[in-house]
Each structure stands twice: as C-alpha cells, then as structure tokens.
Design a binder for this molecule. Structure first.
Ligand SMILES: Nc1ncnc2c1ncn2[C@@H]1O[C@H](COP(=O)(O)OP(=O)(O)OP(=O)(O)O)[C@@H](O)[C@H]1O
Ligand SMILES: [Mg+2]
Length: 268
C-alpha cells in the first residue's frame, strides 16, 4: 500500500460523504450485525437504599438468557433504580446482581440501556450517532443497524430533522451495533403517540426475534407489557408483588391478553 493510501486510512472517518443507498451495498451483501449471545440475569437479595431510605427491599430474580421481561409499577417504585443496578451505573446496598453468572462491575457493551429520551448528539449525523463507539467497520455496522430499524438511507441526516419515533429508532440502532445480549428499556415509548408506539412494538418484536437478545422493559402501560413480554413483574414497595409467566407473544392465544392485563392491574 502506498504511503498516501496508508495516510488516507488513518484519517478520521467523516460522515459528510453521501452514503450508499443500502447497507448491503456498503458491505458487499454481508450481514454485519450478528445474532447476539443472550445473557442470563440473576438478582440475589438485592437491596438499594438512598440516605437510609429503602427503595428496593430484597429482590430475588432469575431471568433466563433471551427472556423478555416487562416491569410495571407505580411511579417512584424503584424501577429505574433496578435498571441502573443491572446495567452497572450504580451498586446495590446489599445483595448481588449477576449478568452471565458474573457480578456486575460497570458498563459493558453487550448490556445496553435505552431511555425514554433518545439522547442523540445533535452535532453528529444519524450514522455517527449510531456508530458512536467507532472501531473498525463502524460505518458499515451503523448503516446495517439503521436498515434493521427501518431507517435505511437516513444515515446522512441530522437528528434534528427526524421525528420522535425515528429518533428512538436511531437510539435502538445505536444499541444494536454493540450486539447486546441483554437490552434494558426504561419507558422507551413513553413520549410517542399511540400509532407510533404500535409501530415500535412491531419493530421491537421483529428485532428481538431476529437478534435473540433478552430484554427488560419498564412501562406504565400494562397492554404494552402484555403485547411485548414473555413474563411480567409488578414492583410494589420495593418488592416483586407479581411474577407472571405469560408465554411468548405470537405463541399464545390473543384472547388471553385481556385476562393477563386484569390480573396485572389488580397488583399495580
Ligand atoms: N440517586 C438518588 N438519590 C436519592 N434518591 C434516589 C436516587 N435515585 C432514585 N431515588 C429515589 O428512589 C425512588 C425510586 O426511584 P426510581 O427512579 O427508581 O422510580 P421509578 O419506579 O423508576 O419511577 P418512575 O415510574 O416515576 O420512573 C424515588 O423515591 C427516588 O426519589
Ligand atoms: Mg423510572
């Protein structure tokens, strides 16, 4: 390789270049987002206190690799706190959190947390936001992930021109590029209108089937919990008040949904 070509390779990749129409073209037709290795999660007597006030009061949970769990509960019940412990942003006061049989000791790329607010960098184009971790082949991976979430061809746009639902898709694509084995979603669709929510439900179900990751979804919407999850937990006063196995969506009779919703609402 010439010195010029080598220098060119060392240049930081910019996003100002127009992207190819499809990521398949960018990657020569190879899929660049692999199927995840789903990660199991165990919580062992997890307690969390803030200034002596107990928010989580001994949570014991076993979540097998690849399971989709929804967590519902009243505001202030400790749902987001639980997520922060699982993703490694905070430590329990007592008890243990184990991802893939190892105690959580900080952030890791294959456990990703999505918030209600997509948190995109306004000075980065869409592809740059998705491939924020950079690394070899980042742009191809970013484009493939965008294609995956229905945003093919939007890599060169600025976040500001996207709708709320599209921005949340970008945030999802950004999580997908690191090939998560466990995806945590803290009310990710809370700010979206009903129709866009429905679309996002369909998208999440498809992506989950394709990638095989496990997920924990916090939601205030019991219908959403039943539409997406295999299992629903109700968190009340720092404890698990209900742990209901409802079976995988699409593999259970739709007629059961209303009954599940009633049982869950009774416990919230
Ligand atoms: N860093 C912190 N310092 C002190 N108190 C905190 C901290 N984080 C959370 N809390 C408290 O812990 C309790 C649970 O908060 P958390 O955010 O987990 O609730 P939540 O179930 O996610 O509520 P919502 O449904 O409104 O999002 C609240 O009373 C909150 O004030
Ligand atoms: Mg919360």
């Amino acid at each position: 390789m010439s010195a010029f070509a080598q220098a060119l390779r060392r240049l930081p990749l910019t996003v100002s270049r127009p992207f190819p129409a499809s990521p398949a073209a960018a990657t020569g037709g190879h899929a660049v987002i692999e199927r995840a290795r789903p990660l199991p999660l165990v919580l062992d007597g997890v307690v969390k206190e803030f200034a002596g006030r107990r928010v989580l009061d001994g949570i014991d949970l076993r979540i097998p690799a690849g399971q989709f769990v929804a967590v519902v509960g009243r505001s202030g019940g400790g749902k987001s706190t639980l997520m922060r412990l699982i993703v490694g942003l905070d430590r329990p006061t007592a008890g243990r959190v184990l991802v893939d049989s190892r105690p959580v000791s900080g952030l890791r790329p294959d456990v990703r947390l999505l918030f209600q607010d997509p948190r995109l960098l306004p000075w980065q184009r869409v592809a740059g936001n998705v491939g924020i971790a950079r690394g070899p082949g980042w742009r191809e991976r970013a484009l493939a992930a965008l294609d995956d979430v229905g945003l093919a061809g939007r890599g060169d746009d600025w976040p500001a021109v996207l709708s709320g639902g599209q921005r949340q898709r970008v945030a999802l694509a950004r999580a997908l590029v690191s090939n998560p084995g466990l995806l945590l979603l803290d009310e990710p669709f809370g700010a979206l209108d009903a129709l866009t929510r429905q679309e996002m439900h369909g998208l999440l179900r498809r992506i989950r089937d394709e990638h095989g990751f496990g997920a924990i979804l916090i939601t205030h919407d019991v219908a959403e919990a039943v539409a997406l999850a295999d299992r629903v937990l109700v968190l009340r006063e720092g404890r698990v008040a209900l742990d209901l196995d409802i079976g995988r969506p699409g593999e259970r009779p739709d007629a059961l949904a209303a009954d599940f919703e009633t049982r869950i609402l009774k416990e919230v």
